[in-house]
Design a binder for this molecule. Sequence first.
Ligand SMILES: C[S@@+](CC[C@H](N)C(=O)[O-])C[C@H]1O[C@@H](n2cnc3c(N)ncnc32)[C@H](O)[C@@H]1O
Length: 216
Amino acid sequence: MSLEPVFVRAAERIPPLEDDPDDFVGYEILVDFLEQRPLRKLEGDIIEIGAFMGRGTTRLAKLAQRYGKMVYVIDVFEPVLDQTLSRSGIKACDVYEAFLRGRSMFETYRESTRGFDNILTIREDSRKVRFGEEQRFVFGFIDGCHQQAYVENDFYIIWPHLVSGGVLGFHDYKFDEWPEVTEAVDKLIRAHKNEISEAYEIEGKYNILSLLLSKK
Ligand SMILES: C[S@@+](CC[C@H](N)C(=O)[O-])C[C@H]1O[C@@H](n2cnc3c(N)ncnc32)[C@H](O)[C@@H]1O
């Protein structure tokens, strides 16, 4: 079976977005894609690994509200803990600090997500997080630490709990700066190809791709 991803160009799907400089993915594009699928009818919640300032979290939380679901968020919210080096030699923590411009990551996240009663925040290194057997997810989005071991770890936090017809996405797929994301994702696809029904490459902000996998 071939799992050649279907390419979805954002501009073909939705009108130009009002730009939010603190949204680094283009979450409206993801939400638009998810709304075309029957996720509402599936049983389970939404999970995001790597929320940063929480701008995308609020978009996922609005979607989850419409569907009567929760959003679980996993993030350490401590820039200095992520020392991952990009291909061009920049540390992830320095990228975070540059965008934060002196603000606290956690306080900024709390400010963004204030007023939502369907967000459950787990402030923890994702290697330390696992869910009980009964937990079900309909959508998971991985944009945490960009090291291969973390991307794989984060996949296994979600995948065993993803329901049939649910979707799991990875940000920064095929993005030159974070080659370990692509290596990890391609390895995971090979290992789980019999459990995947479709793959989509979604072009988001800055032309960066997210790869979304639909579970059989
Ligand atoms: C690229 S940012 C996420 C951006 C966010 N998705 C957005 O578009 O606004 C990566 C996030 O992963 C978090 N992170 C890095 N290493 C982590 C780890 N080991 N466990 C949990 N979160 C981690 C960072 O704190 C940061 O907020």
